[in-house]
Design a protein around this ligand. Sequence first.
Ligand code: ATP
Ligand code: MG
Length: 320
Amino acid sequence: MRVLSGIQPTGQLHWGNYFGAIRQYIDLQEDNDGFYFIADLHALTTVRNPDELRSNTLGIALDMLALGLDPNQATLFVQSHVPEVTELTWLLMTGTPMGLLERCHAYKDKKEKGLNADAGLFNYPVLMAADILAYDSQIVPVGADQIQHIEVCRDLVGSFHHTFGETFVVPKAKTLDVGARVPGTDGQKMSKSYDNTLPLFGDVKKIRKQIMRIVTDSRPVEEPKEPAGDHLFDLYRLFASPDEIAAMSAKYRAGGFGYGEVKKAVADVSEAYFAEARERREELSQDLDTVRDILAAGAGRAREVASGVLDRARSACGLR
Ligand code: ATP
Ligand code: MG
Protein backbone atom coordinates (compact mmCIF):
# COMPACT_ATOMS: atom_id res chain seq x y z
CA MET A 1 0.00 0.00 0.00
CA ARG A 2 1.17 3.52 -0.68
CA VAL A 3 1.14 5.41 2.64
CA LEU A 4 1.66 9.15 2.71
CA SER A 5 1.79 11.81 5.40
CA GLY A 6 3.44 15.16 6.14
CA ILE A 7 4.50 17.35 9.04
CA GLN A 8 4.90 21.10 8.94
CA PRO A 9 8.25 22.63 9.96
CA THR A 10 6.44 25.23 12.04
CA GLY A 11 8.32 24.55 15.27
CA GLN A 12 9.64 21.75 17.45
CA LEU A 13 7.92 18.39 17.13
CA HIS A 14 5.77 17.49 20.11
CA TRP A 15 4.09 14.51 21.75
CA GLY A 16 0.96 14.97 19.61
CA ASN A 17 2.97 14.74 16.39
CA TYR A 18 4.61 11.56 17.62
CA PHE A 19 1.62 9.70 19.06
CA GLY A 20 -0.87 10.90 16.44
CA ALA A 21 1.29 10.64 13.33
CA ILE A 22 4.98 9.64 13.43
CA ARG A 23 4.40 6.49 15.46
CA GLN A 24 2.10 5.32 12.66
CA TYR A 25 4.70 6.18 9.99
CA ILE A 26 7.19 3.93 11.70
CA ASP A 27 4.73 1.10 12.30
CA LEU A 28 3.67 1.14 8.66
CA GLN A 29 7.04 1.57 6.96
CA GLU A 30 8.07 -2.08 6.89
CA ASP A 31 5.08 -3.59 5.14
CA ASN A 32 4.10 -0.62 2.97
CA ASP A 33 5.55 1.93 0.59
CA GLY A 34 5.76 4.96 2.89
CA PHE A 35 6.14 8.51 1.53
CA TYR A 36 6.75 10.99 4.35
CA PHE A 37 7.43 14.65 3.78
CA ILE A 38 8.24 17.86 5.57
CA ALA A 39 5.55 20.33 4.56
CA ASP A 40 7.56 23.52 4.11
CA LEU A 41 5.07 25.02 1.63
CA HIS A 42 2.32 24.62 4.20
CA ALA A 43 4.58 26.08 6.90
CA LEU A 44 4.96 29.27 4.87
CA THR A 45 1.43 30.14 5.98
CA THR A 46 2.85 30.64 9.52
CA VAL A 47 6.66 30.85 9.43
CA ARG A 48 7.78 34.07 7.77
CA ASN A 49 11.47 33.85 8.64
CA PRO A 50 13.64 32.11 6.01
CA ASP A 51 16.42 31.01 8.40
CA GLU A 52 13.89 29.62 10.83
CA LEU A 53 12.10 27.73 8.06
CA ARG A 54 15.36 26.24 6.79
CA SER A 55 16.55 25.13 10.21
CA ASN A 56 13.13 23.78 11.23
CA THR A 57 13.00 21.75 8.01
CA LEU A 58 16.33 20.08 8.62
CA GLY A 59 15.48 19.69 12.31
CA ILE A 60 12.31 17.76 11.52
CA ALA A 61 14.24 15.45 9.17
CA LEU A 62 16.60 14.77 12.07
CA ASP A 63 13.68 14.17 14.43
CA MET A 64 11.99 11.69 12.12
CA LEU A 65 15.19 9.73 11.48
CA ALA A 66 16.02 9.71 15.19
CA LEU A 67 12.53 8.42 16.03
CA GLY A 68 13.05 5.44 13.74
CA LEU A 69 12.04 6.41 10.24
CA ASP A 70 14.23 4.26 8.02
CA PRO A 71 15.19 5.85 4.68
CA ASN A 72 15.85 2.39 3.23
CA GLN A 73 12.26 1.40 3.87
CA ALA A 74 10.42 4.69 3.38
CA THR A 75 10.88 7.79 1.23
CA LEU A 76 11.61 10.95 3.23
CA PHE A 77 11.56 14.26 1.38
CA VAL A 78 10.77 17.96 1.51
CA GLN A 79 7.45 19.09 0.01
CA SER A 80 8.85 22.01 -2.01
CA HIS A 81 11.42 19.76 -3.70
CA VAL A 82 8.56 18.31 -5.72
CA PRO A 83 7.20 21.24 -7.77
CA GLU A 84 4.67 18.96 -9.51
CA VAL A 85 2.54 19.27 -6.38
CA THR A 86 2.01 23.01 -6.75
CA GLU A 87 0.82 22.64 -10.34
CA LEU A 88 -1.56 19.91 -9.28
CA THR A 89 -2.84 22.26 -6.55
CA TRP A 90 -3.93 24.72 -9.23
CA LEU A 91 -5.71 22.05 -11.24
CA LEU A 92 -7.64 21.06 -8.12
CA MET A 93 -8.26 24.63 -6.98
CA THR A 94 -10.18 25.50 -10.16
CA GLY A 95 -12.80 22.96 -9.11
CA THR A 96 -12.89 23.73 -5.37
CA PRO A 97 -16.05 25.41 -4.01
CA MET A 98 -15.27 28.30 -1.60
CA GLY A 99 -17.87 27.00 0.87
CA LEU A 100 -16.01 23.71 1.24
CA LEU A 101 -12.88 25.53 2.44
CA GLU A 102 -14.80 28.01 4.59
CA ARG A 103 -16.07 25.08 6.66
CA CYS A 104 -12.60 23.68 7.39
CA HIS A 105 -11.78 23.65 11.14
CA ALA A 106 -8.06 24.44 10.88
CA TYR A 107 -8.82 27.62 8.98
CA LYS A 108 -11.75 28.60 11.20
CA ASP A 109 -9.80 27.87 14.41
CA LYS A 110 -6.67 29.75 13.37
CA LYS A 111 -8.78 32.69 12.28
CA GLU A 112 -10.64 32.71 15.60
CA LYS A 113 -7.30 32.71 17.43
CA GLY A 114 -6.45 35.91 15.59
CA LEU A 115 -3.72 34.34 13.46
CA ASN A 116 -3.26 35.75 9.96
CA ALA A 117 -5.82 34.32 7.59
CA ASP A 118 -4.34 34.76 4.15
CA ALA A 119 -5.24 32.96 0.92
CA GLY A 120 -2.49 30.42 1.60
CA LEU A 121 -4.06 29.36 4.88
CA PHE A 122 -7.50 29.30 3.27
CA ASN A 123 -6.29 27.07 0.44
CA TYR A 124 -4.23 24.83 2.73
CA PRO A 125 -6.55 21.82 2.27
CA VAL A 126 -6.22 22.02 -1.53
CA LEU A 127 -2.43 21.89 -1.32
CA MET A 128 -2.82 19.00 1.10
CA ALA A 129 -5.12 17.22 -1.36
CA ALA A 130 -2.50 17.68 -4.10
CA ASP A 131 0.16 16.21 -1.78
CA ILE A 132 -1.97 13.14 -1.21
CA LEU A 133 -3.05 12.65 -4.83
CA ALA A 134 0.37 13.32 -6.37
CA TYR A 135 1.70 10.06 -4.97
CA ASP A 136 -1.31 7.81 -5.63
CA SER A 137 -1.62 7.52 -1.84
CA GLN A 138 -4.02 4.92 -0.48
CA ILE A 139 -3.58 5.46 3.26
CA VAL A 140 -2.91 8.73 5.09
CA PRO A 141 -1.93 8.21 8.76
CA VAL A 142 -2.80 11.39 10.72
CA GLY A 143 -4.10 12.79 13.97
CA ALA A 144 -7.85 13.36 14.30
CA ASP A 145 -7.50 17.06 13.43
CA GLN A 146 -6.67 16.15 9.83
CA ILE A 147 -9.62 13.84 9.12
CA GLN A 148 -11.71 16.70 7.80
CA HIS A 149 -8.96 17.75 5.38
CA ILE A 150 -8.78 14.22 4.02
CA GLU A 151 -12.55 14.30 3.52
CA VAL A 152 -12.03 17.50 1.52
CA CYS A 153 -9.45 15.67 -0.58
CA ARG A 154 -11.92 12.86 -1.25
CA ASP A 155 -14.59 15.42 -2.21
CA LEU A 156 -12.20 17.11 -4.63
CA VAL A 157 -11.33 13.78 -6.23
CA GLY A 158 -15.04 13.06 -6.60
CA SER A 159 -15.75 16.30 -8.42
CA PHE A 160 -12.59 16.07 -10.55
CA HIS A 161 -13.57 12.56 -11.62
CA HIS A 162 -17.14 13.67 -12.29
CA THR A 163 -15.89 16.41 -14.63
CA PHE A 164 -12.83 14.82 -16.24
CA GLY A 165 -13.07 11.07 -15.62
CA GLU A 166 -11.13 8.65 -13.36
CA THR A 167 -7.66 10.08 -12.73
CA PHE A 168 -6.64 9.70 -9.11
CA VAL A 169 -6.41 7.05 -6.42
CA VAL A 170 -9.00 7.75 -3.67
CA PRO A 171 -7.20 7.96 -0.28
CA LYS A 172 -8.36 6.98 3.22
CA ALA A 173 -7.37 8.53 6.56
CA LYS A 174 -5.93 6.32 9.28
CA THR A 175 -5.99 7.35 12.94
CA LEU A 176 -5.16 5.51 16.15
CA ASP A 177 -7.51 4.97 19.10
CA VAL A 178 -5.05 6.34 21.64
CA GLY A 179 -3.04 9.38 20.56
CA ALA A 180 -5.31 10.75 17.83
CA ARG A 181 -5.84 13.96 19.81
CA VAL A 182 -3.10 14.57 22.34
CA PRO A 183 -4.00 17.47 24.64
CA GLY A 184 -1.57 20.33 25.23
CA THR A 185 -0.57 21.87 28.56
CA ASP A 186 -3.78 23.91 28.46
CA GLY A 187 -6.04 20.94 27.65
CA GLN A 188 -6.68 22.03 24.04
CA LYS A 189 -5.20 20.09 21.08
CA MET A 190 -1.43 20.22 21.37
CA SER A 191 -0.24 22.30 18.42
CA LYS A 192 3.10 23.77 17.40
CA SER A 193 1.48 27.11 16.82
CA TYR A 194 -0.57 27.26 20.07
CA ASP A 195 2.28 27.54 22.58
CA ASN A 196 0.96 24.59 24.56
CA THR A 197 3.34 21.86 23.45
CA LEU A 198 5.53 19.32 25.20
CA PRO A 199 8.44 18.80 22.81
CA LEU A 200 9.97 15.46 21.89
CA PHE A 201 13.50 16.81 22.07
CA GLY A 202 15.24 19.77 23.61
CA ASP A 203 16.31 20.65 27.10
CA VAL A 204 15.09 17.99 29.54
CA LYS A 205 14.86 20.37 32.51
CA LYS A 206 12.84 22.84 30.50
CA ILE A 207 10.44 20.09 29.38
CA ARG A 208 10.03 19.04 33.04
CA LYS A 209 9.10 22.60 33.92
CA GLN A 210 6.58 22.67 31.09
CA ILE A 211 5.06 19.41 32.37
CA MET A 212 4.74 20.89 35.86
CA ARG A 213 2.78 23.76 34.32
CA ILE A 214 0.06 21.53 32.82
CA VAL A 215 -3.26 23.07 33.79
CA THR A 216 -5.42 20.96 36.16
CA ASP A 217 -8.51 21.61 38.23
CA SER A 218 -8.03 22.79 41.80
CA ARG A 219 -9.86 20.07 43.73
CA PRO A 220 -8.37 19.29 47.15
CA VAL A 221 -5.88 16.45 47.47
CA GLU A 222 -8.16 14.14 49.47
CA GLU A 223 -10.95 14.14 46.92
CA PRO A 224 -11.22 11.08 44.62
CA LYS A 225 -10.79 11.98 40.94
CA GLU A 226 -12.10 10.46 37.72
CA PRO A 227 -9.29 9.59 35.28
CA ALA A 228 -11.55 9.52 32.20
CA GLY A 229 -11.49 12.89 30.49
CA ASP A 230 -8.60 14.22 32.60
CA HIS A 231 -5.98 15.48 30.16
CA LEU A 232 -3.07 14.88 32.55
CA PHE A 233 -4.14 11.25 32.77
CA ASP A 234 -4.47 11.14 28.97
CA LEU A 235 -0.85 12.26 28.69
CA TYR A 236 0.30 9.67 31.24
CA ARG A 237 -1.38 6.81 29.41
CA LEU A 238 0.53 7.57 26.19
CA PHE A 239 3.70 6.31 27.83
CA ALA A 240 2.66 3.91 30.56
CA SER A 241 2.17 0.13 30.37
CA PRO A 242 -1.34 -1.34 30.91
CA ASP A 243 -0.38 -2.23 34.50
CA GLU A 244 0.88 1.25 35.22
CA ILE A 245 -2.28 2.72 33.71
CA ALA A 246 -4.48 0.50 35.91
CA ALA A 247 -2.47 1.47 39.00
CA MET A 248 -2.73 5.17 38.21
CA SER A 249 -6.50 4.89 37.57
CA ALA A 250 -6.92 3.27 40.98
CA LYS A 251 -4.94 6.10 42.60
CA TYR A 252 -7.12 8.69 40.90
CA ARG A 253 -10.30 7.02 42.14
CA ALA A 254 -8.96 6.58 45.69
CA GLY A 255 -7.92 10.24 46.05
CA GLY A 256 -5.44 11.44 48.65
CA PHE A 257 -2.73 12.53 46.24
CA GLY A 258 -1.98 15.68 44.26
CA TYR A 259 -1.70 16.33 40.56
CA GLY A 260 1.97 17.22 41.15
CA GLU A 261 2.63 13.54 41.77
CA VAL A 262 1.04 12.59 38.45
CA LYS A 263 3.04 15.28 36.66
CA LYS A 264 6.24 13.87 38.08
CA ALA A 265 5.25 10.41 36.85
CA VAL A 266 4.51 11.86 33.39
CA ALA A 267 7.94 13.54 33.36
CA ASP A 268 9.70 10.31 34.35
CA VAL A 269 7.96 7.98 31.88
CA SER A 270 8.23 10.42 28.98
CA GLU A 271 11.90 11.07 29.57
CA ALA A 272 12.70 7.36 29.59
CA TYR A 273 10.50 6.78 26.55
CA PHE A 274 12.39 9.20 24.30
CA ALA A 275 15.87 8.69 25.77
CA GLU A 276 17.14 6.43 22.99
CA ALA A 277 15.80 8.65 20.19
CA ARG A 278 17.39 11.63 21.91
CA GLU A 279 20.79 9.94 21.75
CA ARG A 280 20.32 8.98 18.11
CA ARG A 281 19.35 12.53 17.26
CA GLU A 282 22.49 13.83 18.89
CA GLU A 283 24.62 11.47 16.76
CA LEU A 284 22.78 12.29 13.55
CA SER A 285 23.15 16.01 14.11
CA GLN A 286 26.92 15.55 13.74
CA ASP A 287 26.39 14.39 10.17
CA LEU A 288 23.97 16.75 8.46
CA ASP A 289 25.34 15.97 4.99
CA THR A 290 23.99 12.45 5.28
CA VAL A 291 20.60 13.86 6.23
CA ARG A 292 20.68 16.19 3.20
CA ASP A 293 21.58 13.23 0.95
CA ILE A 294 18.64 11.25 2.31
CA LEU A 295 16.29 14.15 1.53
CA ALA A 296 17.72 14.57 -1.98
CA ALA A 297 17.32 10.88 -2.78
CA GLY A 298 13.79 10.97 -1.35
CA ALA A 299 12.85 13.95 -3.53
CA GLY A 300 14.12 12.09 -6.61
CA ARG A 301 11.90 9.10 -5.89
CA ALA A 302 8.93 11.31 -5.03
CA ARG A 303 9.23 13.34 -8.24
CA GLU A 304 9.20 10.23 -10.38
CA VAL A 305 5.82 9.25 -8.99
CA ALA A 306 4.39 12.79 -8.93
CA SER A 307 5.31 13.58 -12.53
CA GLY A 308 3.42 10.52 -13.74
CA VAL A 309 0.33 11.52 -11.79
CA LEU A 310 0.55 15.13 -12.95
CA ASP A 311 0.72 13.95 -16.57
CA ARG A 312 -2.49 12.01 -16.05
CA ALA A 313 -4.19 15.04 -14.51
CA ARG A 314 -3.03 17.42 -17.26
CA SER A 315 -4.28 15.09 -19.97
CA ALA A 316 -7.59 14.62 -18.19
CA CYS A 317 -8.37 18.34 -18.11
CA GLY A 318 -7.14 19.23 -21.59
CA LEU A 319 -3.76 20.74 -20.90
CA ARG A 320 -2.12 18.56 -23.48
P1 ATP B 1 0.62 23.56 13.49
O1 ATP B 1 0.18 24.16 14.79
O2 ATP B 1 1.67 24.35 12.78
O3 ATP B 1 -0.54 23.17 12.61
P2 ATP B 1 0.74 20.88 14.51
O4 ATP B 1 1.32 20.71 15.83
O5 ATP B 1 -0.74 20.86 14.36
O6 ATP B 1 1.37 22.21 13.89
P3 ATP B 1 1.12 19.54 11.99
O7 ATP B 1 2.43 19.64 11.29
O8 ATP B 1 0.00 20.40 11.52
O9 ATP B 1 1.38 19.78 13.54
O10 ATP B 1 0.62 18.03 11.97
C1 ATP B 1 1.49 16.94 11.76
C2 ATP B 1 0.78 15.65 12.12
O11 ATP B 1 0.65 15.58 13.55
C3 ATP B 1 -0.63 15.54 11.57
O12 ATP B 1 -0.86 14.20 11.17
C4 ATP B 1 -1.51 15.90 12.73
O13 ATP B 1 -2.79 15.28 12.65
C5 ATP B 1 -0.71 15.34 13.88
N1 ATP B 1 -1.00 16.06 15.12
C6 ATP B 1 -0.78 17.37 15.37
N2 ATP B 1 -1.16 17.69 16.61
C7 ATP B 1 -1.66 16.56 17.17
C8 ATP B 1 -2.21 16.23 18.44
N3 ATP B 1 -2.33 17.14 19.41
N4 ATP B 1 -2.60 14.94 18.67
C9 ATP B 1 -2.47 14.00 17.71
N5 ATP B 1 -1.96 14.24 16.49
C10 ATP B 1 -1.56 15.50 16.21
MG1 MG C 1 -1.61 21.38 12.46
